[in-house]
Design a protein around this ligand. Structure first.
Ligand code: PLP
Length: 365
């Protein structure tokens, strides 16, 4: 018997997360020029890093011999000013992925359960399984969250409900009003982890002020990230906003230096770069229109998306994915999300979107 056989069964049962294929890997595999590859697989910001963040990063290189500020004081101050929440209501993470895991680690254990939707973000089942807690998967409605069914699925042993709004990979959205009604009706001893990774991409008429709910619902945790509209996916930094005692428990289970110095400084600078955020938002609106109308011209249906990506149905999705790769275009297969007949494409620059649509036309040939 090996030591691995003795690892808990719930660990051995975890299906590893499948990331988008890196451009360097595709270049290696197919002998392509990496510079010519278009990666639209991981919902990254096609504009790159905010100039303000880049400046902050360059200024920091000489200080890297020192440990980071384990409390992330400056970034927390910037977040506190922006959102009007106390410093002690903020939890910083190595990506919001880390923060999602902190919530699971602080509030779940074997014998407890968490509720999330079919086709919801893959990190929820991963975080729950790693604890040995039970995941309760609620069937989706029109690919999105069925909030009534999720409320009904909550058990006496349920401690967390995960909701991504908008959701990845489906791009679906529930309104602020529906969401607040759901949270208000939930028992206060069940945490709602509201994952708003794409909230900055919402068009103005869909925006809602979840942060104002924190005062009313002590069981609400809002998570956000610098990986998407702020353009810092490679640095890994995200945060949670929650009631003080909830944030305190989450902070106790994090690594003392879970966010590195570069990430802290770049995130604080990116938060202030409102021009970059606006530019990224506007580029995404135009790119979404470009891709959605291009898909329609190819006769392909899509799921209306509120994020910086769109999921479309295509016959022989796995084969189409491969044909796109051979043309140097990386999108995301989502069979692992129970959607083997769909592919997800991130919104890129206008030229990248055009490359994708042309490659797709050829692949469908
Ligand atoms: C991209 C994404 C995140 C952010 O992940 P990071 O760890 O912050 O890079 C979180 N939730 C959802 C639903 C996402 O799609």
């Amino acid at each position: 018997m090996s030591v691995c056989d003795l690892a808990p069964g719930y660990i051995r049962a975890i299906a590893p997360y499948q990331p988008g294929k890196p451009t360097s890997e595709l270049a290696r595999e197919l002998g392509l020029d990496e510079a010519g590859i278009v990666k639209l697989a991981s919902n990254e910001n096609p504009l790159g890093v905010s100039p303000k963040a880049a400046r902050a990063l360059r200024a920091l290189l000489d200080g890297l011999a020192r440990y980071p500020d384990g409390n992330g004081f400056e970034l927390k101050q910037a977040l506190s000013r922006r959102f009007g929440v106390g410093l002690d209501c903020i939890v910083l993470g190595n990506g919001s992925n880390d923060v999602l895991e902190l919530a699971a680690r602080a509030f779940l254990a074997p014998g407890l359960s968490a509720v999330y939707a079919q086709h919801a973000f893959a990190v929820y089942p991963l975080a729950v399984q790693a604890i040995g807690a039970r995941g309760i998967v609620v069937p989706a409605r029109d690919f999105g969250h069925d909030l009534a069914a999720m409320a009904a699925a909550v058990q006496p042993d349920t401690r967390i409900v995960f909701i991504a709004n908008p959701n990845n990979p489906t791009g679906t959205f529930v309104s602020g009003a529906e969401l607040e009604k759901f949270i208000a009706a939930l028992p206060r001893d069940v945490l709602v982890v509201l994952d708003e990774a794409y909230t900055e991409y919402l068009r103005p008429d869909f925006r809602y002020d979840s942060i104002s709910w924190l005062g009313k619902y002590p069981n609400l945790v809002i998570t956000r990230t610098f990986s998407k509209v702020y353009g810092l996916a490679g640095l890994r930094v995200g945060y949670a906003l929650a009631a003080r005692d909830v944030a305190d428990l989450m902070n106790r289970v994090r690594q003392p230096f879970n966010v590195n110095s570069l990430s802290l400084a770049a995130a604080a600078a990116a938060l202030e770069d409102e021009d970059f955020v606006r530019e990224s938002y506007e580029l995404n609106c135009r790119g979404m229109d470009q891709i959605v109308s291009g898909l329609a011209r190819l006769g392909l249906g899509h799921i209306p998306s509120y994020g910086n990506f769109v999921t479309f149905a295509v016959p022989g999705a796995a084969g189409v994915f491969q044909k796109l790769l051979r043309q140097g275009v990386i999108v995301r297969p989502i069979a692992g999300y129970g959607m083997p007949d769909h592919l997800r494409v991130s919104i890129g620059l206008e030229s990248e979107n055009a490359r994708f649509l042309e490659a797709l036309r050829q692949a469908l040939g």
